[in-house]
Design a protein around this ligand. Structure first.
Ligand code: MTE
Ligand code: MO
Length: 372
């Protein structure tokens, strides 16, 4: 059993798949803290978790023609300036279950918890690439990452990002070795993972073994044959994965974490809580909440720190306290967020449904009963 050596997990996690391990925190725990505690940070593994020895670990950085390749130990990585940032990581499949309710999709049944936030520390990827002699002049190149996890055939997890993002110090792409002040937990990539602020989780390669600069995107299955969006009309007989770009920055997202669907609430006042985030460093500027299925709206209070312009890498938690409209027996609570490009969420799932169930960011809806 290749999974026999997987780490022990927190019992509060809702498990979507045991082998490989995929799990999300329950909504009420997800927004209890601005920073998600490591033990309940959502986990998305495609393969068994490798057990890597930090003493013999080496990160291979392939140099440019005429440059020098690097084989970095953890101590070598610690010599680069340490950079620390708060970044929200979201899987492209977050909220997929709402798409599959409409029509079957291929993928794990994520609820609203395939998203979490941590304080990450490590070396800037641009500093490490520069040390190996890479420059930005390699037009339209891609930085390819390979994990040290692999399937029985020996195929490793891989992904890539454009070189322009990797070399931009303002994009703050990290080779992270710390998560919330601790060494990375095994499930989250010990000893080193990539953190690409504002970009879909799939590119944050864990258990990082190799970095190279290539003229083309990674040839990995997960770069080329997965994590792409399509029209609702496309099915598995007609899909052409080469016709769509790989997902990088994610669209604006928000979800309600309290109250829970089907819950009985107090008849006087309701407190609605949730998270909101947008990709590409775009800040969430507003969250609107409706108690009547979207007929009328109230503006929620945004908690958490306001972020640097263009570098809003982390979510905002939000809440709304409102009187329960008199005489109502049930409420249809809805939320939607707006980012600083005035991007909004679509109101329903049907027009954005896709066969892989990715990019599920319609208005989030929760139905509750009002106590008599
Ligand atoms: N890196 C490796 N090596 N193997 C993986 O299976 N999964 C990716 C990414 N990096 C994956 C990986 C996906 S799809 C996501 S959403 C994130 O890791 C999840 O990171 P987390 O488990 O730390 O939340
Ligand atoms: Mo993912």
């Amino acid at each position: 059993d290749p999974y026999a050596d997987d780490p022990i997990r927190h019992p509060a996690l809702k498990v979507n798949s045991q082998c490989p391990f995929n799990a999300e925190p329950p909504p009420e725990l997800l927004t209890e803290n601005y920073i998600t505690p490591n033990p309940i940070f959502f986990t998305r593994n495609h393969l068994p978790v490798p057990n890597l020895d930090p003493d013999t670990y080496r990160l291979h950085i392939v140099g440019p023609p005429g440059g020098q390749s690097l084989s970095l130990s953890l101590d070598d990585l610690y010599q680069f300036p340490k950079h620390e940032i708060t970044v929200t990581l979201q899987c492209a499949g977050n909220r997929r279950s709402e798409m599959s309710q409409l029509k079957e999709v291929k993928g794990l049944e994520w609820s609203t918890g395939a998203i979490s936030t941590a304080r990450w520390a490590g070396a800037r990827l641009c500093d490490v690439l520069a040390q190996a002699g890479h420059q930005l002049c390699e037009n339209e190149a891609h930085v390819c990452f390979e994990g040290l996890d692999s399937d029985p055939m020996g195929t490793a997890y891989g992904a890539s990002i454009p070189l322009t993002r990797a070399m931009d110090p303002e994009a703050e792409v990290l080779l992270a070795y710390e998560m919330n002040g601790q060494p990375l937990p095994r499930d989250h990539g010990f000893p080193v993972r990539v953190v690409v602020p504002g970009v879909v989780g799939a590119r944050h390669v864990k258990w990082l073994g190799k970095v190279s600069v290539e003229p083309e995107e990674s040839y990995s299955h997960w770069q080329r044959r997965d994590y792409k969006g399509f029209s609702p009309s496309v099915d598995w007989d007609t899909v052409d994965f080469d016709s769509a770009p790989s997902i990088q920055e994610l669209p604006v997202q928000s979800a309600i974490t309290e109250p829970k669907d089907g819950e009985m609430i107090d008849s006087r006042e309701v407190t609605v809580k949730g998270y909101a985030w947008s990709g590409g460093g775009r800040a969430v500027i507003r969250v609107d909440v409706s108690l009547d299925g979207g007929l009328t709206w109230q503006v929620a209070q945004l908690d958490g720190k306001e972020q640097r312009p263009g570098k809003a890498w982390a979510w905002r938690l939000w809440q709304l306290q409102a009187p329960v409209p008199a005489g109502e027996k049930e409420l249809n609570i809805v939320c939607k967020a707006v980012d600083d490009s005035y991007n909004v969420q679509p109101d329903t799932v049907a027009p954005i449904w896709n066969l892989r169930g990715v990019l599920s960011n319609a208005w989030h809806r929760v139905h509750v009963w009002v106590a008599p």
